[in-house]
Design a binder for this molecule. Structure first.
Ligand SMILES: Cc1cc2nc3c(=O)[nH]c(=O)nc-3n(C[C@H](O)[C@H](O)[C@H](O)COP(=O)(O)O)c2cc1C
Length: 398
């Protein structure tokens, strides 16, 4: 998902000789879609797995494999780059770097680079666990080089275990985390996301169209900026952001309980979940028969934000107001009634934004007035929401 962090950043991507080299094509594609500029360096061995032509076509830049046919590129490219990413990183290249060897385009360029270095090991599990590889990786850690750990799963050699290169998504997330400012370090943040389900009987429920994407984007951005994040999430198709503490809930009642339990421990609560406004007055313990139709009586659900706002030791509270039209006055009313610190208004009927979309168009309303923002990715929205919070910090619970 697009965010401004990688825009116009120059990334050196070093590809070494493992089967996972083909997965780095996806890394290049994603970097390009984030408007980063990517230059690929390849070891001789890696060109046996994927051709430089493929990386050249995808990156739109020349690929460098041989130090002697491109003299001094190993000095000029690292000088301009913002990050050095090695993916996949073979046991061989990790060992060479740990010993200071510089006999190819990758290892040589690395020595000329000053800045964040990340590497994604990929190898058979026994190799990954070998004491020599561990020792070499410790040396890289002491240099401040960040490992993007491999995942568990089926390995190309036919075995199963830890050794599979991290997904392109995790690699990009790690890179963003490294290049992003850490102005939320030390902050504890609680985010709610997704819809709730209010059961009519054991198989049927009332829910809403929330995808959880805005809440998950808030978590990713807060994590990157250094916060300690707990996510209370209703049922969504979104994978939980890496490193977040996840509490899964289903009903509005469960969400209220989870938020109440954790709200006093955090400095900031962001209520991005679409909590049911109405819940069935009663829930049948058996499946309701179709014959004869069904009349439902609904009652208003417990108001989570109001409950938290009334707490003695309460966090800074940011609410969301999703409306079907430019009903910004209603959002302003909610802000006053519920005692939030500010509210994020969005019109879910706006073309290209809202439910299930990666984009949103928000307005932030607080006691000082309304600030409108253009259509942005949900990660960009999360960035401005946290910027605004940091500006306001020092207020209630701050
Ligand atoms: C089919 C095949 C797959 C390989 N996969 C890996 C791998 O996943 N990880 C690894 O560390 N080495 C792997 N190797 C070994 C490396 O290619 C070898 O150590 C090579 O010298 C690495 O060179 P480089 O680090 O300069 O790219 C593989 C070799 C072959 C033939």
């Amino acid at each position: 998902m697009s965010s401004p962090i990688l825009k116009d950043r120059k990334i050196l991507l070093a590809v070494t000789g493992g089967i996972a080299a083909y997965k780095s094509l996806e890394v290049v594609r994603r970097l390009r879609s984030e408007d980063a500029s990517v230059t690929v360096l390849m070891t001789e061995a890696s060109t046996r797995f994927v051709t430089p032509l493929t990386f050249e076509s995808l990156s739109g830049n020349r690929v460098y494999t041989d130090v002697f046919s491109s003299p001094l590129v190993h000095i000029s490219l690292p000088e301009e780059a913002h990050a050095f990413l090695i993916a996949p990183a073979t046991a061989n290249t990790i060992g060479k770097i740990a010993s200071g060897i510089a006999d190819d385009m990758v290892t040589l360029s690395l020595l000329a680079f000053r800045g964040p270095v990340l590497y994604a090991p990929a190898m058979n599990q026994r190799m990954y666990e070998h004491p020599l590889v561990r020792r070499n990786m410790n040396t890289l850690g002491e240099m401040g080089y960040e490992e993007i750990p491999p995942e568990e799963g089926g390995l190309a050699c036919g075995g199963y275990g830890v050794g599979r290169m991290a997904s392109a998504e995790r690699i990009i997330e790690a890179l963003k985390g490294r290049l992003c400012r850490k102005d939320m370090a030390g902050l504890k943040v609680l985010v709610t996301a997704g819809p709730t389900r209010e059961y009519i009987d054991p198989v049927r429920f009332i829910s809403n169209r929330s995808s959880g994407k805005m809440g998950h984007a808030l978590c990713r951005v807060a994590m990157r900026r250094g916060a300690d994040v707990t996510l209370v999430s209703g049922p969504t198709a979104e994978g939980p952001p890496h490193g977040v503490r996840l509490l899964r809930v289903e009903t509005a009642e469960e969400m209220l309980e989870a938020v109440r339990r954790h709200a006093a421990e955090v400095q900031l609560l962001v209520m991005a979940a679409a909590v049911a406004d109405f819940v069935p007055e009663s829930r049948s313990s058996t499946k309701v028969d179709k014959g004869g139709g069904l009349t439902l009586r609904l009652r208003p659900s417990a108001d989570i934000i109001k409950t938290v706002s009334a707490m003695k030791r309460r966090p800074f509270v940011i609410g969301f107001s999703a409306e079907t039209g430019p009903e910004i006055d209603r959002a302003g009313e909610k802000l006053r009634q519920k005692g939030m610190d500010f509210i994020v208004f969005n019109d879910v009927t706006f073309n290209g934004a809202g439910f299930d979309s990666d984009m949103n168009r928000i307005s932030i309303i607080d006691s000082g007035g309304v600030t409108d923002y253009p259509l942005m990715s949900k990660e960009e929205c999360a960035e401005v929401i946290f910027d605004r919070y940091l500006e306001r910090r020092g207020g209630v619970g701050g």
